[in-house]
Ligand binder design. Structure first.
Ligand code: LLP
Length: 424
């Protein structure tokens, strides 16, 4: 289910027609339906809270302040991967003691920022990182809670660019090295080793890889405890997928049952780090048809949204449904067309030979399931300002990121003195 439905023949986000948003804000624009974020959060929380599992929203999926604030209000913590995301999380109202810091490449400055803020824990991905956090913790005078993110060497069966839990991925500490890493963490005076973390990849539709990963994690907890270590927290990662092609995604009740079966007897406090599951369905990219070009081989529908606005199809060959904002007549002739953007790259292609009702110049379309890894992965390639973002709640909507302007872009750049004549 996405947050977008036809009412009176026009696609709506909650009670707002997308054509109204296009008139007021222009295109391309990201539109988010808060009701869908709320429903997704409630579904996951209802399944997991009986097990005491807390939800730390992975901000990387969509870090607009309005989206984070929506989730913060519902009680979500945050999973961050940079000092910037820490600032965003706190600005939107996530309490620092509900924040975990993941990522393979934390800098000393970011570690200091997080320690001073009083975050819940660092998920540490290497022994050199343990050493760094210990040093920074000493200089800041705050002991750091650390969990070891282990790499369980499980194939998540997802796209190669978003799988993270295999030995040849850069993420986590190899299972075989985890006991030595724990011993190292114990030996460092400014660290408090609290637990383990795992994240095997993103867009998991099948739950089987979780089972394998959690089994290995549970075995490791038992092995560490047998060596006399205290392991009190488990972070079970994110990765729950969504049905981009209308297929049914993983059932969160099944996921909860799996968590119960695999790890709940360990008596650890539990947390998960979902991103996509909470926000993907809640967002769309609203775009306008610039031209329809009938080439000799195929028809091209050229949009005002490009790969700089929605990168996923170009980067991962991802599928996003494209639907007309004005509902097609039931007897509309379906015609295959390539849906492309204006960027000067052949890769700026959203869909090939997509079966669509006829689209004409000026028509509005929406890319569905674009709430996760959409706006956050936008760029200004071809000097295309970042798209606007709008949050809808019932019959209200607000611009939550105004469209960037070319002046914004140029104001960040300088012509050096020796070129501008200021050097003489
Ligand atoms: N925790 C960690 C440590 C992660 O690396 C990620 C995602 C998550 C949680 C959240 O995963 P989710 O629940 O959203 O699957 N740009 C790609 C996805 C990259 C995911 C990176 N890590 C895409 O557009 O498909």
């Amino acid at each position: 289910m996405t947050g977008f439905t036809y009412k009176n023949g026009v696609l709506h986000a909650d009670d707002i027609a997308l054509s109204t948003i296009a008139d007021k804000v222009g295109t391309p624009t990201y539109v988010y339906a808060s009701s869908t974020i709320e429903q997704n959060y409630a579904r996951l929380a209802n399944a997991l809270s009986p097990l005491g599992v807390r939800i730390a929203y992975a901000l990387k999926a969509n870090s607009n302040q309005a989206v984070i604030a929506t989730l913060a209000r519902l009680g979500a913590g945050g999973d961050i991967v940079s000092g910037g995301e820490l600032t965003r999380a706190m600005a939107a109202g996530i309490a620092p003691d509900r924040i975990v810091f993941s990522g393979v490449g934390k800098t000393a400055d970011e570690v200091a920022q997080a320690l001073r803020a009083g975050i819940h824990q660092f998920n540490v991905e290497s022994i050199p990182e343990l050493d760094l956090i210990d040093r920074v913790a000493a200089s800041v005078g705050i002991r750091a809670n650390v969990a070891l993110r282990v790499n369980p060497d499980v194939d998540a069966g997802t796209h190669a660019k978003i799988t993270t839990g295999r030995k040849d991925n850069k993420f986590g500490i190899d299972l075989d090295d985890a006991a030595a890493a724990w011993t190292r963490a114990v030996s460092l005076p400014n660290l408090n080793p609290v637990g383990l973390a795992v994240h095997i990849g993103s867009q998991l539709i099948d739950l089987t890889p979780y089972r394998a990963a959690y089994r290995r994690l549970a075995d490791l907890v038992r092995a560490l405890r047998a060596q006399g270590h205290e392991v009190s927290r488990l972070d079970l990662g994110g990765g729950l997928g969504v049905g981009y092609r209308g297929e049914t995604g993983p059932d969160v009740a099944d996921y909860a049952a799996l968590v119960r079966e695999m790890v709940s007897d360990l008596g650890c406090s539990l947390m998960v780090e979902p991103g996509r599951y909470l926000v993907a369905e809640a967002g769309c990219v609203l775009s306008r048809v610039l031209f329809v070009k009938d080439g000799s081989a195929r028809r091209f529908v050229i949009l005002d949204a490009g790969m700089n606005d929605l990168l996923r199809p170009a980067l991962y060959d991802s599928f996003h449904a494209v639907v007309p904002v004005k509902q097609a007549a039931p007897d509309a002739v379906i015609h295959p067309a390539d849906i492309v953007g204006p960027v000067c790259e052949t890769g700026d292609t959203f869909a090939k030979a997509r079966e669509l009702p006829p689209l004409e110049q000026g028509d509005l379309v929406a890319f569905l399931h674009a709430g996760a890894y959409g706006a956050v992965m936008g760029s200004t390639y071809n000097t295309r300002p970042l798209a606007a973002e709008v949050l809808v709640a019932g019959n209200k909507f607000e611009l939550v990121r105004p469209r960037q302007t070319v002046e914004d872009l140029l104001s960040r750049e300088r012509i050096p003195s020796w070129l501008s004549g200021g050097d003489q």
